[in-house]
Design a protein around this ligand. Structure first.
Ligand SMILES: Cc1ncc(COP(=O)(O)O)c(C=O)c1O
Length: 436
């Protein structure tokens, strides 16, 4: 693929001036509601016109106004420039890879490959493993898309999958134990471990991930992390963590809508970006296409496929362009605000909501043993979560539910007044059904 030279591939955030100056106006230090209202809320004027209290930010994130003008700019380039639109489109592809690398704490932009779903990223890795039926270790807590793909490979005998069960107690959400994963890794050999650092249904943050990764590597097991509920929520340093692969996407916490997803391959698994000795890459996936060729636009067709250097060898066929523009503004805002500050603010909001609900005698739960071991939302257990969420929706409080728990995620656009009002509605709606 034709990409910028190596020097420009060292990942440092690329942030457009409007977002950079709005965030700079907040000043340094912790995020505060007053300053967010003054400087950041105006970037969201369209979505903030919607009535109601939106607490499903963990499901579909709210877009900036800029999102639609970015997509429009991509389309305008097409109308105006036809073939020449590929210039700005491919620049945007590079910016997306670069900014996701920054979000994940990875030094090389080419270590990130765009995908249209997280599941597509998983399949690219499964289809790169040398064994025709690799042994996979995973948990019962992986999201449906990932679980379904693994079950499909398992039932078609294209993989041999072992699932770790959660521990359940009556008054806590089901939790996965690091020691169970480590014991399974020690017991038998697996080719790949697939696990979420933050579990989708409960928000549990998996304890002691470095220990899990070391235990896997000690037995030559590769590790793929599903970071959909972690990226943009908790600070990540995947390169130093030594995760082999990671998948995720933009439609939740980075406000990028569906279709802008990614696969990260640890830089140590990539050939040098300029490889004069033409080393073979350590992994070659079957999920390939002409954007993975050594020089996409030279149109050469040697009998043995000649792969691009570095992470470009993991590209596929013609990439989807509009999702990159859709994802641009939300990703830039996340990077400009900084995941550390977003996390601290989210924890404050969750603590406030929890305390307010307690005043209404509504018991809440966290996915992990403490707020720090839990993701970006609060849980309320209910016998009939669907009816509970429907009652909330009828009163314009938007939440959702998974596996017996309703999930409530404020974000930087949620005010304390909204949390106070939502708590009262939650209490009234909760009362019409009993706890599980
Ligand atoms: C943990 C996790 N992984 C993956 C996905 C989405 O997977 P896909 O992009 O394959 O549909 C989600 C969506 O909710 C998720 O929560």
């Amino acid at each position: 693929m034709n990409t910028p030279d190596a020097a420009s591939r060292i990942a440092t955030p690329r942030i457009s001036p409007a977002i950079a100056s709005a965030v700079a106006a907040l000043g340094p230090g912790p995020l505060r509601e007053e300053a967010l209202r003054t400087h950041i809320f105006p970037l969201f004027s369209r979505i903030l016109k919607r009535p109601g209290i939106y607490l499903a930010n963990h499901s579909l994130g709210r877009p900036l106004d800029q999102m639609s003008s970015d997509v429009q700019a991509a389309l305008d380039a097409w109308y105006r420039d036809m073939d020449n639109a590929w210039g700005p489109w491919l620049d945007e592809l590079h910016s997306f890879r670069n900014n996701i690398a920054c979000l994940l704490g990875v030094s090389r932009a080419d270590a990130v490959v765009p995908k249209t779903s997280a599941g597509q990223g998983l399949r690219a890795v499964l289809n790169a493993l040398p064994s025709p039926a690799p042994r996979i270790l995973t948990t019962r807590g992986e999201f449906d898309s990932i679980d379904f793909i693994l079950k499909t490979y398992h039932h078609r005998r294209r993989a041999d999958v072992t699932w770790i069960e959660p521990h359940t107690t009556p008054d806590q959400p089901p939790r996965f134990r690091t020691d169970d994963l480590i014991a399974a890794l020690a017991r038998e050999h697996f080719d790949l471990l697939v696990v979420s650092p933050v579990f989708y249904a409960t928000g549990q943050v998996l304890d002691d991930l470095p220990r899990v990764i070391s235990a896997a590597h000690a037995k030559n097991t590769l590790v793929l992390l599903d970071c959909y509920h972690a990226a943009g929520v908790i600070p990540l340093a995947l390169e130093s963590l030594n995760a082999d692969f990671a998948i995720g996407g933009s439609y939740k916490y980075t406000r990028g809508g569906p279709g802008a997803c990614w696969l990260m391959i640890h830089p140590r698994h990539l050939t040098p970006e300029r490889d004069d000795n033409n080393h073979e890459p350590p992994f070659r996936t079957l999920d390939t296409g002409w954007f993975a060729k050594r020089d996409t636009f030279k149109f050469e067709r040697p009998e043995k496929p000649l792969l691009a250097h570095g992470g470009d060898a993991w590209m596929e066929a013609t990439p989807a362009i509009l999702p990159l523009y859709q994802a641009k503004s939300g990703l830039e805002l996340t990077l400009a605000l900084g995941v550390e500050r977003l996390r601290a603010y989210s924890l404050e909001q969750l603590t406030f909501l929890e305390a307010t609900l307690r005043q209404h005698n509504i018991p809440t739960r966290r996915g992990g043993a403490s707020p720090e071991h839990s993701g970006a939302y609060l849980l309320i257990s209910h016998r009939d979560t669907t009816a509970f969420c429907d009652r909330l929706k009828a009163r314009s409080v938007i939440a959702d539910a998974r596996l017996g728990n309703a999930r409530f995620a404020p974000d930087i656009l949620t005010t304390r007044d909204e949390l106070t009002a939502a708590a009262a509605v939650i209490a009234e709606s909760f009362a019409s059904g009993a706890t599980a």
